[in-house]
Design a protein around this ligand. Structure first.
Ligand code: ASP
Length: 347
Protein backbone atom coordinates (compact mmCIF):
# COMPACT_ATOMS: atom_id res chain seq x y z
CA UNK A 1 0.00 0.00 0.00
CA UNK A 2 2.73 2.38 1.12
CA UNK A 3 4.91 1.60 -1.90
CA UNK A 4 2.07 2.16 -4.36
CA UNK A 5 1.41 5.57 -2.77
CA UNK A 6 5.09 6.37 -3.14
CA UNK A 7 5.00 5.28 -6.82
CA UNK A 8 2.04 7.54 -7.56
CA UNK A 9 3.72 10.47 -5.82
CA UNK A 10 7.00 9.96 -7.69
CA UNK A 11 5.21 9.51 -11.01
CA UNK A 12 3.33 12.75 -10.40
CA UNK A 13 6.66 14.48 -9.86
CA UNK A 14 8.00 12.99 -13.10
CA UNK A 15 10.72 11.08 -11.25
CA UNK A 16 9.76 7.66 -12.66
CA UNK A 17 9.48 8.98 -16.20
CA UNK A 18 12.89 10.63 -15.92
CA UNK A 19 14.50 7.38 -14.81
CA UNK A 20 13.12 5.68 -17.95
CA UNK A 21 14.15 8.43 -20.37
CA UNK A 22 17.20 8.02 -22.55
CA UNK A 23 19.45 10.95 -23.35
CA UNK A 24 18.86 11.63 -27.06
CA UNK A 25 21.78 11.50 -29.48
CA UNK A 26 22.00 12.50 -33.14
CA UNK A 27 24.94 11.65 -35.42
CA UNK A 28 25.29 12.69 -39.05
CA UNK A 29 27.72 12.41 -41.93
CA UNK A 30 28.08 14.35 -45.15
CA UNK A 31 30.31 11.86 -46.90
CA UNK A 32 33.82 10.45 -46.66
CA UNK A 33 36.66 11.25 -49.01
CA UNK A 34 37.16 14.95 -48.39
CA UNK A 35 40.30 16.05 -50.20
CA UNK A 36 42.14 18.64 -48.10
CA UNK A 37 43.49 20.73 -50.92
CA UNK A 38 40.07 20.97 -52.59
CA UNK A 39 38.48 22.60 -49.55
CA UNK A 40 38.47 26.37 -49.86
CA UNK A 41 37.82 28.23 -46.58
CA UNK A 42 34.47 29.37 -48.00
CA UNK A 43 33.38 25.81 -48.81
CA UNK A 44 34.54 24.54 -45.43
CA UNK A 45 32.52 27.27 -43.72
CA UNK A 46 29.42 26.45 -45.78
CA UNK A 47 29.73 22.74 -45.05
CA UNK A 48 30.18 23.28 -41.33
CA UNK A 49 27.18 25.64 -41.27
CA UNK A 50 24.97 23.13 -43.11
CA UNK A 51 26.06 20.27 -40.86
CA UNK A 52 25.35 22.41 -37.78
CA UNK A 53 21.88 23.28 -39.05
CA UNK A 54 21.13 19.64 -39.85
CA UNK A 55 22.18 18.66 -36.32
CA UNK A 56 20.21 21.42 -34.62
CA UNK A 57 17.03 20.86 -36.62
CA UNK A 58 17.20 17.09 -36.16
CA UNK A 59 18.03 17.33 -32.47
CA UNK A 60 15.11 19.71 -31.89
CA UNK A 61 12.85 16.82 -32.90
CA UNK A 62 14.44 14.56 -30.29
CA UNK A 63 14.24 17.22 -27.59
CA UNK A 64 10.54 17.61 -28.39
CA UNK A 65 10.10 13.90 -27.67
CA UNK A 66 9.65 12.92 -31.32
CA UNK A 67 10.79 9.48 -32.55
CA UNK A 68 14.30 8.91 -33.87
CA UNK A 69 13.06 8.58 -37.46
CA UNK A 70 11.83 12.22 -37.35
CA UNK A 71 15.29 13.43 -36.36
CA UNK A 72 16.88 11.34 -39.11
CA UNK A 73 14.66 12.60 -41.93
CA UNK A 74 14.78 16.20 -40.68
CA UNK A 75 18.59 16.24 -40.61
CA UNK A 76 18.95 14.51 -43.96
CA UNK A 77 16.47 16.86 -45.64
CA UNK A 78 18.66 19.83 -44.65
CA UNK A 79 21.69 18.18 -46.27
CA UNK A 80 19.75 17.11 -49.38
CA UNK A 81 18.70 20.74 -49.89
CA UNK A 82 22.30 21.98 -49.64
CA UNK A 83 24.32 21.79 -52.90
CA UNK A 84 27.57 21.01 -51.05
CA UNK A 85 26.58 17.38 -50.58
CA UNK A 86 26.08 14.51 -53.00
CA UNK A 87 22.40 14.02 -52.22
CA UNK A 88 19.29 15.81 -53.47
CA UNK A 89 20.44 19.14 -54.94
CA UNK A 90 24.14 18.76 -55.75
CA UNK A 91 23.95 15.05 -56.59
CA UNK A 92 26.67 13.74 -58.89
CA UNK A 93 26.01 13.03 -62.57
CA UNK A 94 25.69 9.68 -64.28
CA UNK A 95 27.69 8.83 -67.40
CA UNK A 96 24.69 10.04 -69.43
CA UNK A 97 24.61 13.41 -67.68
CA UNK A 98 21.63 12.72 -65.41
CA UNK A 99 21.10 12.72 -61.64
CA UNK A 100 19.83 9.40 -60.28
CA UNK A 101 19.38 9.31 -56.54
CA UNK A 102 19.11 6.55 -53.94
CA UNK A 103 17.95 6.72 -50.30
CA UNK A 104 16.89 4.48 -47.42
CA UNK A 105 15.58 4.63 -43.88
CA UNK A 106 15.29 1.97 -41.19
CA UNK A 107 13.58 1.94 -37.82
CA UNK A 108 15.64 -0.11 -35.34
CA UNK A 109 12.82 -0.90 -32.97
CA UNK A 110 10.42 -2.43 -35.49
CA UNK A 111 12.97 -3.41 -38.20
CA UNK A 112 10.74 -1.66 -40.70
CA UNK A 113 12.60 -0.17 -43.66
CA UNK A 114 11.96 1.78 -46.85
CA UNK A 115 14.20 2.61 -49.77
CA UNK A 116 14.22 4.10 -53.26
CA UNK A 117 16.74 3.88 -56.08
CA UNK A 118 17.28 5.62 -59.40
CA UNK A 119 14.86 8.49 -58.80
CA UNK A 120 15.47 11.68 -60.76
CA UNK A 121 12.60 14.04 -59.93
CA UNK A 122 12.07 13.58 -56.18
CA UNK A 123 13.27 16.71 -54.36
CA UNK A 124 13.97 14.85 -51.10
CA UNK A 125 14.52 11.14 -51.75
CA UNK A 126 14.77 10.47 -48.00
CA UNK A 127 11.12 11.51 -47.57
CA UNK A 128 10.09 9.11 -50.29
CA UNK A 129 12.07 6.29 -48.64
CA UNK A 130 10.20 7.05 -45.43
CA UNK A 131 6.86 7.02 -47.26
CA UNK A 132 7.75 3.61 -48.72
CA UNK A 133 8.36 2.36 -45.17
CA UNK A 134 5.25 3.90 -43.67
CA UNK A 135 2.69 3.85 -46.48
CA UNK A 136 3.47 0.90 -48.74
CA UNK A 137 3.67 -2.84 -48.27
CA UNK A 138 7.11 -2.88 -49.84
CA UNK A 139 10.66 -2.10 -48.80
CA UNK A 140 12.25 -0.90 -52.03
CA UNK A 141 10.88 0.97 -55.05
CA UNK A 142 12.92 2.02 -58.09
CA UNK A 143 12.80 4.52 -60.95
CA UNK A 144 9.51 5.55 -62.56
CA UNK A 145 7.43 3.33 -60.26
CA UNK A 146 8.96 5.01 -57.20
CA UNK A 147 8.11 8.40 -58.68
CA UNK A 148 4.52 7.36 -59.40
CA UNK A 149 4.27 6.38 -55.72
CA UNK A 150 5.81 9.76 -54.76
CA UNK A 151 3.09 11.53 -56.73
CA UNK A 152 0.37 9.52 -54.99
CA UNK A 153 1.87 10.36 -51.63
CA UNK A 154 2.08 14.08 -52.33
CA UNK A 155 5.90 14.05 -52.12
CA UNK A 156 7.47 17.07 -53.88
CA UNK A 157 8.63 16.41 -57.44
CA UNK A 158 10.86 18.91 -59.28
CA UNK A 159 12.26 19.42 -62.74
CA UNK A 160 15.47 17.35 -63.05
CA UNK A 161 17.39 20.60 -63.71
CA UNK A 162 16.88 21.46 -60.01
CA UNK A 163 19.59 18.98 -58.98
CA UNK A 164 22.29 20.31 -61.31
CA UNK A 165 25.34 22.19 -60.02
CA UNK A 166 28.27 23.31 -62.16
CA UNK A 167 30.80 21.74 -59.82
CA UNK A 168 29.23 18.27 -60.26
CA UNK A 169 29.00 18.80 -64.01
CA UNK A 170 32.73 19.59 -64.15
CA UNK A 171 33.47 16.46 -62.12
CA UNK A 172 31.63 14.41 -64.72
CA UNK A 173 33.56 16.05 -67.56
CA UNK A 174 36.83 15.19 -65.77
CA UNK A 175 35.69 11.61 -65.23
CA UNK A 176 34.66 11.22 -68.89
CA UNK A 177 38.08 12.51 -69.97
CA UNK A 178 39.76 9.96 -67.71
CA UNK A 179 37.55 7.23 -69.16
CA UNK A 180 38.68 8.22 -72.64
CA UNK A 181 42.32 8.16 -71.48
CA UNK A 182 41.70 4.85 -69.64
CA UNK A 183 42.95 6.25 -66.30
CA UNK A 184 42.11 4.26 -63.16
CA UNK A 185 38.99 5.30 -61.27
CA UNK A 186 40.38 4.80 -57.82
CA UNK A 187 42.75 7.77 -58.03
CA UNK A 188 42.02 9.77 -54.84
CA UNK A 189 42.05 12.98 -56.86
CA UNK A 190 39.10 11.85 -58.90
CA UNK A 191 37.37 9.44 -56.56
CA UNK A 192 33.75 9.32 -57.58
CA UNK A 193 31.83 8.14 -54.60
CA UNK A 194 32.05 10.91 -52.05
CA UNK A 195 29.55 13.28 -50.41
CA UNK A 196 26.68 10.96 -49.50
CA UNK A 197 24.72 12.04 -46.42
CA UNK A 198 23.38 10.02 -43.50
CA UNK A 199 21.99 10.28 -39.98
CA UNK A 200 21.48 7.99 -37.00
CA UNK A 201 19.42 8.94 -33.97
CA UNK A 202 18.61 7.62 -30.49
CA UNK A 203 15.37 9.04 -29.11
CA UNK A 204 14.23 9.56 -25.54
CA UNK A 205 12.42 6.20 -25.62
CA UNK A 206 15.75 4.50 -26.33
CA UNK A 207 14.84 3.63 -29.94
CA UNK A 208 17.26 3.92 -32.85
CA UNK A 209 16.67 4.91 -36.48
CA UNK A 210 18.95 5.57 -39.43
CA UNK A 211 18.87 6.96 -42.96
CA UNK A 212 21.18 7.51 -45.94
CA UNK A 213 20.74 9.56 -49.13
CA UNK A 214 23.03 9.85 -52.15
CA UNK A 215 23.49 10.72 -55.78
CA UNK A 216 25.78 7.67 -55.97
CA UNK A 217 29.02 7.72 -57.95
CA UNK A 218 30.01 10.19 -60.66
CA UNK A 219 29.94 8.59 -64.12
CA UNK A 220 27.87 5.58 -62.97
CA UNK A 221 26.28 3.64 -65.83
CA UNK A 222 23.56 1.20 -66.73
CA UNK A 223 21.25 2.02 -63.83
CA UNK A 224 23.96 1.34 -61.27
CA UNK A 225 22.66 1.32 -57.68
CA UNK A 226 25.07 1.58 -54.75
CA UNK A 227 24.97 0.44 -51.15
CA UNK A 228 23.04 3.37 -49.66
CA UNK A 229 19.50 2.11 -50.46
CA UNK A 230 20.39 -1.56 -49.92
CA UNK A 231 19.18 -2.46 -46.45
CA UNK A 232 22.11 -4.04 -44.61
CA UNK A 233 24.81 -2.69 -46.94
CA UNK A 234 24.82 1.11 -46.55
CA UNK A 235 21.92 1.44 -44.13
CA UNK A 236 20.83 -0.72 -41.21
CA UNK A 237 19.36 -0.38 -37.72
CA UNK A 238 18.12 -2.76 -35.05
CA UNK A 239 17.34 -2.33 -31.36
CA UNK A 240 21.02 -2.06 -30.38
CA UNK A 241 22.76 -0.46 -33.33
CA UNK A 242 22.27 1.95 -36.25
CA UNK A 243 24.73 2.46 -39.13
CA UNK A 244 24.90 4.68 -42.22
CA UNK A 245 27.83 4.18 -44.57
CA UNK A 246 29.57 6.37 -47.11
CA UNK A 247 32.19 5.12 -49.50
CA UNK A 248 32.78 2.92 -52.48
CA UNK A 249 29.38 1.25 -52.47
CA UNK A 250 30.27 -1.98 -54.24
CA UNK A 251 32.48 -2.94 -51.29
CA UNK A 252 29.82 -2.05 -48.74
CA UNK A 253 27.43 -4.32 -50.61
CA UNK A 254 29.89 -7.20 -50.77
CA UNK A 255 30.61 -6.99 -47.04
CA UNK A 256 26.98 -6.15 -46.14
CA UNK A 257 28.81 -3.56 -44.09
CA UNK A 258 26.08 -1.90 -42.00
CA UNK A 259 24.48 -5.22 -41.04
CA UNK A 260 27.89 -6.73 -40.34
CA UNK A 261 28.71 -3.94 -37.88
CA UNK A 262 25.34 -4.31 -36.14
CA UNK A 263 25.65 -8.10 -35.87
CA UNK A 264 29.04 -7.72 -34.21
CA UNK A 265 27.35 -5.45 -31.68
CA UNK A 266 24.12 -7.42 -31.22
CA UNK A 267 25.35 -11.00 -31.50
CA UNK A 268 28.95 -10.79 -30.34
CA UNK A 269 28.53 -7.95 -27.84
CA UNK A 270 31.42 -5.98 -29.35
CA UNK A 271 31.68 -2.29 -28.47
CA UNK A 272 30.38 -0.27 -31.40
CA UNK A 273 33.69 1.52 -31.95
CA UNK A 274 35.50 -1.79 -32.41
CA UNK A 275 32.79 -3.35 -34.56
CA UNK A 276 32.64 -0.34 -36.89
CA UNK A 277 36.42 0.00 -37.16
CA UNK A 278 36.83 -3.70 -38.01
CA UNK A 279 34.43 -3.52 -40.93
CA UNK A 280 35.25 -0.04 -42.25
CA UNK A 281 38.99 0.09 -41.64
CA UNK A 282 39.93 -3.59 -42.01
CA UNK A 283 37.44 -5.66 -44.03
CA UNK A 284 36.63 -3.06 -46.69
CA UNK A 285 40.22 -1.85 -47.33
CA UNK A 286 41.47 -5.46 -47.39
CA UNK A 287 39.22 -5.98 -50.44
CA UNK A 288 40.33 -2.74 -52.14
CA UNK A 289 37.50 -0.44 -51.04
CA UNK A 290 37.46 2.70 -48.93
CA UNK A 291 35.12 5.07 -47.14
CA UNK A 292 33.62 5.62 -43.71
CA UNK A 293 30.47 5.25 -41.61
CA UNK A 294 28.64 6.59 -38.62
CA UNK A 295 27.40 4.11 -36.04
CA UNK A 296 25.35 4.62 -32.88
CA UNK A 297 24.33 2.15 -30.18
CA UNK A 298 21.36 2.23 -27.85
CA UNK A 299 23.54 3.46 -24.98
CA UNK A 300 24.46 6.54 -26.99
CA UNK A 301 27.97 5.39 -27.92
CA UNK A 302 29.13 6.81 -31.25
CA UNK A 303 31.64 5.46 -33.79
CA UNK A 304 32.79 7.41 -36.86
CA UNK A 305 35.55 5.40 -38.57
CA UNK A 306 36.91 6.38 -41.99
CA UNK A 307 40.01 5.61 -44.00
CA UNK A 308 39.95 8.58 -46.38
CA UNK A 309 41.50 12.03 -46.01
CA UNK A 310 38.45 13.17 -44.11
CA UNK A 311 34.76 12.60 -43.49
CA UNK A 312 32.18 15.31 -42.89
CA UNK A 313 30.72 14.26 -39.56
CA UNK A 314 28.80 15.74 -36.66
CA UNK A 315 26.99 14.83 -33.47
CA UNK A 316 24.91 16.19 -30.61
CA UNK A 317 24.95 14.23 -27.38
CA UNK A 318 24.35 14.89 -23.70
CA UNK A 319 25.84 18.41 -23.85
CA UNK A 320 23.18 19.44 -26.38
CA UNK A 321 25.84 21.18 -28.48
CA UNK A 322 26.36 20.60 -32.23
CA UNK A 323 29.90 19.34 -32.95
CA UNK A 324 31.24 19.12 -36.51
CA UNK A 325 34.53 17.58 -37.66
CA UNK A 326 36.05 17.03 -41.10
CA UNK A 327 39.66 15.86 -40.95
CA UNK A 328 41.31 12.90 -39.26
CA UNK A 329 43.17 15.08 -36.76
CA UNK A 330 39.93 16.48 -35.30
CA UNK A 331 38.74 14.57 -32.24
CA UNK A 332 35.35 12.88 -32.31
CA UNK A 333 33.49 10.52 -29.95
CA UNK A 334 35.02 7.48 -31.69
CA UNK A 335 38.12 8.26 -29.66
CA UNK A 336 36.32 8.35 -26.32
CA UNK A 337 35.75 5.33 -24.04
CA UNK A 338 32.24 3.82 -24.42
CA UNK A 339 29.54 5.38 -22.22
CA UNK A 340 28.21 3.11 -19.48
CA UNK A 341 24.90 1.37 -20.28
CA UNK A 342 21.88 3.49 -19.34
CA UNK A 343 19.40 1.91 -16.99
CA UNK A 344 16.22 1.07 -18.85
CA UNK A 345 14.01 0.79 -15.79
CA UNK A 346 13.35 2.53 -12.53
CA UNK A 347 13.69 -0.64 -10.48
N1 ASP B 1 28.19 4.81 -51.09
C1 ASP B 1 27.66 5.64 -52.14
C2 ASP B 1 27.52 4.79 -53.39
O1 ASP B 1 28.36 3.96 -53.65
C3 ASP B 1 28.49 6.82 -52.45
C4 ASP B 1 29.03 7.60 -51.28
O2 ASP B 1 28.98 7.14 -50.15
O3 ASP B 1 29.52 8.70 -51.48
O4 ASP B 1 26.59 5.00 -54.14
Amino acid sequence: MKSSCLFVALAALGVIAAAHATTPVLVIHGGAGVIRRDMTPAREKAVRAAMTKALQDGYAQLKAGKPAIDAVTTAITVLEDDPNFNAGKGSVFTHDGKNEMDAAVMDGDTLRAGSVAGVHRVKNPILLARAVMEHSQHVMLVGDGAEAFAKEQGIALVDPAYFRTDERWQQLQKALKEDAEKKPHADPDTARHFGTVGAAALDSEGHLAVGTSTGGMTDKRWGRVGDSPIIGAGTYANAQCAVSGTGWGEFYMRTVAAHEICMKVSMLGEPIQRAAAEVINQEIPSMGGNGGAIALDNNGNIAMPFNTDGMFRGWIGADGVAHVAIYDNEPDPSNQPPAPAQSSSAE
